[in-house]
Each structure stands twice: as C-alpha cells, then as structure tokens.
Ligand binder design. Structure first.
Ligand code: PLP
Length: 222
C-alpha cells in the first residue's frame, strides 16, 4: 500500500513545529520509509529490535531511530550503537542496562520513562509511585551514560474522548511536576503522547512528540 502523502503534508502543517513527528514504520517495508524520507521525514519509530536494526542497515544514515516498543534488557546492546531515543523505559533495571551499554560506547543515550495512564491493565508503564521511586537522586547519579529526556504514555483504547483527554492531561501534569525538579542525568524535554487515533487530543493537552503510524503508512496487517 502506498504511503499517504497528502496526510503527511497536512499533519506536518498541523504540527507546525509544536511537536516532533515520529513516523511509526513497524511492519512496513523500507520502500515506504524511503518514500516518506524523500518528503523530508527523518524521525522513525519501530517496536521490534531485529526489525529496526535490519531497516537501519538499509536506509540513510541520518534517520533518527526511535525505539517505541517494550525493550528487553538483553537486547539493549543491539540498539545502543545507533538509537536516537528509547521511549518505553519502565524499570530501573532497564535504565541501568542502557547506561551500561551506552558507557561501553562512550556515549549518552536519551530515554523516556513510560507512565501508565490508561485504564487497561495490559499496557506497560510505571504508575506514579514507581516513577517517583526511579526519579531518585542517589540512584540516578551513577547513570552518567543516560539522559532521561522526558515521559511517554499511551491513552486508553476507547472512543470516549473525555477519558483520553483526562489521561493525557494527567500525564502533562506529571511531566510539569518533574520538569521543575532537578535530577542527575535528567533533562525533561519530550512529552511523547498521541498516536493516529488521538494525536489531536494529545497536542491540545501538551504533547510535543507524536507517534503516528497507520495514518501515514496505512493499516498494519495483524
Ligand atoms: C504502533 C504504535 C504507535 C502507532 O500507532 P498508530 O495507531 O498506527 O498510529 C504509536 N505508539 C506505539 C507505542 C506503538 O506501538
């Protein structure tokens, strides 16, 4: 299926540099990614390690690769050499592993902590207590090879826009609370929220990074 160029242009206009567009290309071929790249898109998001590393090897080097899936600790070393931003960090253990692998490469890897805002049990992420437990000065101090660059969240899968709005608003409030604090190796910059179905609501509620797949690339096969 061809990519939706008109939609891409209209989303870029709509974002109007208020938010970074991460084009979510999971399960889509490199040809589609290249087409969007040729229109100027540079930020792409992938959910699976092997898929991302394979695509990375076949595509232009100036693409910023966002890992937006659930990253297993034992796979961190595969993405560490090139990943631009890891969105879904939801444990101290994973944070420490990213720090370790980044250290070996003498670099700093930017990450977002994933906060659980949806009602559904199935979605990954930290609740507010767990987030607070991670954002601890002594604990973060030795992690010199990571930068916690903000938060990421996913709203409930529902047609009820008030629920979605509430969840995004809640995440924005948490973001602002911690953005004012100063933690070691932390510099809040990105609030990653909003997907194809709810990115407008996310933007209205303070998102500055949206992750959009199916609107650009068409529906994914299950
Ligand atoms: C797949 C995915 C997206 C994109 O979803 P669309 O509905 O296709 O826009 C965004 N964020 C995450 C975490 C995803 O897994």
């Amino acid at each position: 299926m061809p990519i939706n160029k008109e939609k891409y242009t209209s989303i870029i206009d709509e974002l109007d540099s208020r938010a970074v567009l991460v084009a979510v290309s999971k399960m889509k071929p490199v040809e589609d990614i290249l087409e969007l790249y040729q229109l100027g898109q540079r930020h792409f998001g992938e959910n699976y390690v092997q898929e991302m590393t394979e695509k990375k090897s076949k595509l232009p080097a100036d693409i910023c690769w966002h890992f937006i899936g659930h990253l297993q600790s034992n796979k961190v070393k595969l993405v560490a050499p090139f990943v631009y931003l890891i969105h879904g960090v939801d444990s101290l253990k994973l944070l420490q592993e990213i720090d370790k692998q980044a250290g070996k490469l003498h670099k700093v890897i930017k990450v977002l902590l994933q906060v659980h805002i949806a009602k559904e049990e199935t979605k990954f992420g930290l609740d507010e207590n767990e987030l607070e437990a991670i954002l601890n000065k002594n604990q973060l101090l030795p992690l010199k090879n990571i930068c916690i660059a903000g938060l990421m969240g996913m709203a409930s899968f529902t047609g009820d826009t008030r629920i979605i709005e509430n969840e995004f608003r809640q995440l924005k409030t948490i973001f602002e609370k911690y953005a004012q604090c100063s933690f070691p190796n932390t510099q809040f910059q990105f609030l990653s929220m909003g997907m194809s179905s709810d990115y407008r609501i996310a933007l209205e509620n303070g998102s500055n990074m949206v992750r959009i797949g199916s609107l650009l690339f068409g529906a994914r096969e299950k």
